[in-house]
Write a protein that binds this ligand. Structure first.
Ligand code: MLT
Length: 248
C-alpha cells in the first residue's frame, strides 16, 4: 500500500500522479465552494488557471450557460458573477449553470493532477463521502495521493489537518505506518495535536485569519460544518462534476 500527502501542488514534482486515486483539499475555500455549488445544482465547475483563461473559456464554451467565479486576494474578480464563497452558491444563482472558476490555489491544485486516473474534491463539508471513497480505494489496493492546495502557494494548516483526517479514515483502525510518506505521517500527527474538532485548525490557520480580516468569517463556519454538502465532486475531462453515487 502507498499513501502520500503533499502539502502544496509544488510537492507533486517528486510524486507520480498517474494511476493514483487523488484527493484534492482546499478547505478555505475553493473545495468547500465547489461542494456548495454542485450541491445547489450547478451542472459543472471548470477550473481555470488564470483570470484570462477563465474569460477565454467563458467565451468559447459553447451553448452551456456559464458563470465566471473566483477570487484574487479573497475578493471577487472584477467583472465576474461570483466570488469564492460557499454562501454565494445558492440554487437561484447556480442551478443548471457551468461555473468557470479560478482561485489562488484551489483550482491550480486540481489542474496539477489532471493526469491521475481519479481525482476527488475532499473537504469537511463532504467529509463522510470523501472518507468512504478513500477507505474503499485503500481496501482495493489503490495508491492514494492527497494533494493540499495550500495557502498563498505555501503550507496551509487547515488543508494539512483535513489531509490527516482523510489518511486516518483511509487506514481504518490500521496502526502500521509502512507505505506512508513523511507528509502522511506529519498530517496524522496534526490530528493527534488538534484532536477531532474541525474548527480550531481552520480558525488558527493563516487562511482562516485572512478570511476573517476580509470579512468572510461566516465562510469558516460553513467550511467547518461536517457533511453540510453531501456530494463527492470528481474532476475528469477538465470538469468537476458530481459522482453519481458513493460507496456506503
Ligand atoms: C484558494 O484557492 O487559494 C482559496 O480558495 C482562496 C480563498 O479562500 O478565496
Amino acid at each position: 500500500m502507498k499513501l502520500d500527502v503533499v502539502f502544496t501542488p509544488a510537492g507533486l514534482a517528486v510524486v507520480e500522479v498517474h494511476g493514483k486515486a487523488v484527493f484534492v483539499i482546499d478547505v478555505l475555500r475553493a473545495g468547500t465552494t465547489m461542494c456548495a455549488a454542485l450541491s445547489a445544482g450547478a451542472r459543472a465547475i471548470v477550473p481555470a488557471a488564470s483570470v484570462e483563461e477563465a474569460i477565454r473559456l467563458g467565451q468559447t464554451l459553447g451553448p452551456e450557460e456559464t458563470l465566471l467565479a473566483g477570487e484574487r486576494n479573497r475578493l471577487m474578480v472584477p467583472g465576474f458573477a461570483l466570488g469564492n464563497s460557499p454562501a454565494e452558491m445558492t440554487e437561484a444563482q447556480v442551478q443548471g449553470k457551468t461555473i468557470i472558476m479560478t482561485t489562488t490555489n484551489g483550482t491550480g491544485a486540481l489542474l496539477a493532477v489532471s493526469g491521475a486516473s481519479q481525482v476527488f474534491v475532499a473537504s469537511i463539508v463532504n467529509f463522510s463521502l470523501a472518507a468512504a471513497r478513500a477507505r474503499a480505494a485503500f481496501l482495493d489496493g489503490a495508491e492514494l495521493l492527497v494533494v493540499c492546495a495550500g495557502h498563498e502557494k505555501a503550507f496551509a494548516l487547515d488543508d494539512a489537518y483535513v489531509a490527516g483526517r482523510l489518511v486516518e479514515a483511509a487506514m481504518g483502525g490500521r496502526r502500521h505506518r509502512k507505505g506512508l510518506n513523511d507528509g502522511a505521517l506529519a498530517a496524522l500527527d496534526l490530528v493527534r495535536r488538534y484532536g477531532h474538532g474541525w474548527k480550531r485548525p481552520l480558525t488558527i490557520s493563516q487562511g482562516g485569519r485572512d478570511l476573517v480580516a476580509a470579512g468572510f468569517e461566516n465562510d469558516i463556519a460553513i467550511a467547518a460544518t461536517e457533511d453540510v454538502y453531501p456530494v463527492l465532486p470528481v474532476f475528469a475531462d477538465r470538469r468537476v462534476v458530481l459522482t453519481p453515487t458513493a460507496p456506503a
